[in-house]
Unconditional design. Structure first.
Length: 142
């Protein structure tokens, strides 16, 4: 994801006007997902960070289509270590990339057994969180 850069010089603010950083703008994109492209002699690595959603796929796939023209014999790696979640479309894209020969970091990222354990652990954490809140309410804690 490309970051939007602003001019170095900020204009003077009128009375009651918010600074530019606090103003909502259509130019600023959501920061829930970013990716970084690491290009070396042996490997082309896409580092995925955050929550991969269908809305991110057009730009990500466009970057892949451009980068793959330079791939040659190098290894293509999708670094999902900091990828926190995906929706169905995002997961489908990742599976498509794996089928096309992409390697993953961690290597077990799309393994069904690993995914099942991760989902079960998240479900247990949610249950414990709810149980903890209920117990706190019973004890009179806030």
């Amino acid at each position: 994801m490309a970051e939007v850069l602003t001019q170095n010089a900020e204009p003077e603010l009128q009375h009651g006007e918010e600074p530019r950083a606090n103003r909502p703008t259509s130019l600023v994109r959501s920061h829930s997902f970013k990716y970084y492209i690491h290009d070396s002699v042996a490997t082309l690595r896409f580092q995925l960070v955050g929550d991969l959603r269908a809305t991110n796929l057009a730009e990500l796939n466009g970057s892949w289509e451009t980068a793959r023209t330079t791939l040659g014999l190098r290894r293509f790696v999708l670094d999902a270590i900091q990828l926190y979640s995906t929706d169905a479309e995002g997961r489908s894209w990742l599976v498509k990339m794996k089928d096309a020969g992409a390697a993953f970091l961690p290597a077990t990222y799309l393994d069904p057994a690993t995914t099942a354990v991760k989902v079960q652990a998240e479900s247990e954490a949610v249950c414990l969180s709810i149980l903890g809140r209920l117990m706190g309410m019973i004890r009179g804690e806030r």
